[in-house]
Design a binder for this molecule. Structure first.
Ligand SMILES: [Zn+2]
Length: 331
């Protein structure tokens, strides 16, 4: 198991993961203040982040500022307060197909881009704001109706609370996040990477899975690792976490030491490979193995382990191997 770098505390470790660099003041205390909200919406400092089907508006030509924030609220769009930085107050706005067409007409060259593909070319702060908006709007979309009585829900608290419109029910609901564990298993000088048949060609990665009711995070690590790879663990260490809005997870990252290198492919993982740092470098260089994209905590777990073993940076190796080709393209 890689040793912790004592110069990096836990807070800083999580901040190195993509989507965590949102340094907005979330203005929680103002969400239920309609007067404040009306004034913030009318202020010249308001910026509106349009989202169409979970995608943000990106202009790839503006490489310094590719995310488009509108100074005018899109017509007929509900608003959700995200928060404020030193210059602007940000709101997320879902737009329908007509709104999408209008924005594309008024922003030639721009596109509504999938966050996972767009992130490689975005400043981390803006990737984080997009991820935050995407997660909130997805929750609103999936909870348009009350889970108890089926009546429509209405948005409250500037988009952070849903309330059932049936006065006899009036059930409140709040943004839902699904916790998941993700773990790099090591054993002495090797790590274990697995391959799921549904992943892109040659992709090998860490193991991951959702928490089940009644489990601690550590229980879930132990269960998932045995279910997916038939590996027994001797130690588990929490490393860092990452919001993962595809669609609504929170990834909790761990290192785990295996009791031995005994393992077996399963329905979930069709192939498993123990690799030392040198073997991993060779497999990446020859394009036999493609690690997950750098936006993921999986990449971070593998890269930090690789650095602890070899002193080298995995990002350099992967870039030179050419297996990032296409990752920065917008769809
Ligand atoms: Zn209800």
């Amino acid at each position: 198991m890689p040793r912790s770098d004592p110069s990096i505390d836990r807070l800083t470790r999580s901040h190195r993961n993509s989507f965590t660099a949102v340094r907005l003041d979330r203005l929680v205390e103002f969400r239920d203040d309609p007067e404040w909200l009306a004034s913030a919406l009318a202020s010249p400092e308001a910026r509106f982040l349009p989202q169409w089907r979970g995608r943000g508006l990106i202009d790839p030509v503006r490489s310094d500022r590719p995310v488009i924030y509108l100074a005018q609220r899109p017509a007929n769009s509900p608003v959700t307060l995200l928060g404020r930085d030193s210059r602007y107050c940000y709101f997320a706005c879902p737009v329908d197909d007509a709104g999408q067409r209008h924005l594309l007409e008024t922003h030639p060259g721009a596109a509504f881009a999938d966050l996972r593909l767009a992130t490689a070319s975005l400043h981390e702060k803006h990737a984080g704001i997009l991820a935050y908006a995407k997660a909130l709007l997805y929750w609103q979309y999936r909870h348009a109706f009350c889970g108890s009585c089926g009546a429509p829900n209405r948005l409250e608290s500037a988009g952070h609370r849903l309330v059932c419109e049936n006065p006899e029910c009036a059930r409140e609901s709040f943004p839902r996040i699904d916790p998941a564990i993700i773990v790099l298993i090591t054993q002495t000088d090797a790590c274990l990477l697995g391959r799921n048949a549904r992943w892109p060609e040659r992709r090998f990665s860490t193991l991951a899975g959702y928490l089940e009711p009644g489990e601690s995070l550590e229980d879930a690590v132990t269960r998932e690792v045995f279910e997916e790879a038939r590996v027994r663990l001797s130690a588990i260490r929490y490393v860092s976490s990452q919001p993962w809005p595809f669609p609504s997870s929170a990834m909790c990252g761990f290192y785990a030491e295996a009791a031995s290198r005994d393992c077996a492919p399963t329905e979930e993982m069709e192939e498993l490979r123990w690799l030392t740092a040198a073997e991993l470098a060779r497999a990446i260089t020859t394009d036999e193995i493609r690690v997950p994209p750098p936006v993921s905590i999986a990449f971070r777990l593998i890269a930090d382990w690789y650095r602890s073993q070899s002193g080298e940076r995995l990002a350099h190796l992967v870039r030179e191997a050419g297996s990032w080709a296409g990752r920065d393209r917008l769809e």
